[in-house]
Write a new protein. Structure first.
Length: 248
């Protein structure tokens, strides 16, 4: 598998910036954090079949916007951080993206929380249906989190997305440390040369895996630290941006 190159940027104000290459950006309140550990290991990934996903049989250039009749649905849910009745998917922004809403996805430690509560995970199968003459790839992912980390505490987000059955696995781990309290965003963009296109006519869904971890570290163990992807009001949705092209 080709090694992936990553870089880190620290924007000051622009919440809507677009980033190039495999750029990973950290934002949170009025503080910026270093400390990213990137792993190519796939041990925590979804259980995938041996079938491979080839590039789309189309060589047409990307087009703007998805089809009028496409839709998105979650076809499978598994994990300690999500349940079918507390996880939802919907299309956004003129069908150029879909979002995942989690309603009960928080890892917590310290205070009266048990060790099992410090790690939560979620595995999803997401089906995006489009007209037969169109295919798509994921071009960017925005992970929106809510952190409450005491001084000395640490947290991590592990994430992966690919088409189920793909032999391509790319698990990323993003590390955070306290003290920090408030919203936190990680944006990852994929260069056009690294886009993985759905095979035209292939109905297989996208496999999405996420995992949240938090550790007390050197913090006061009587105080609670947490990392959350809960989105009761839509503020902490995870957004998967799509790019479309025609099948030839």
């Amino acid at each position: 598998m080709t090694a992936l190159a990553y870089s880190i940027t620290f924007p000051v104000k622009d919440l809507g910036s677009i980033f190039i290459d495999k750029t990973v950006q950290f934002r949170g309140g009025n503080r910026m954090r270093r400390g990213i550990a990137l792993s190519a290991a796939a041990a925590a990934a979804l259980a995938l079949t041996a079938a491979s996903v080839a590039p789309a049989a189309a060589s047409a250039p990307p087009i703007t916007g998805g089809p009028a009749d496409d839709m998105v649905e979650i076809t499978a849910v598994h994990g300690s951080g999500c349940a079918p009745d507390k996880t939802a998917a919907s299309l956004k922004w003129g069908k150029d993206a879909f979002v995942i809403d989690y309603r009960d996805y928080t890892a917590q430690t310290g205070g009266s929380w048990e060790p099992i509560d410090a790690r939560k995970n979620c595995q999803l199968a997401v089906k995006v249906t489009a007209r037969e003459n169109l295919t798509y790839a994921i071009s960017q992912v925005d992970y929106r989190l809510n952190l409450n980390l005491q001084a000395g505490a640490t947290a991590a987000l592990k994430a992966e997305h690919n088409f189920l059955g793909s032999d391509r696995s790319d698990v990323r781990t993003f590390n955070m440390s306290g003290p920090f309290n408030g919203p936190y965003q990680i944006t990852e963009t994929v260069p056009i040369t690294d886009l993985v296109w759905k095979v035209c006519g292939d109905p297989r869904p996208i496999g999405i895996y996420t995992e949240l971890r938090v550790a007390t570290g050197t913090s006061d163990h009587t105080k609670v630290s947490s990392i959350s992807m809960n989105s009761p009001d839509g503020a902490y949705q995870t957004t998967y941006h799509l790019i479309w092209k025609e099948c030839l």
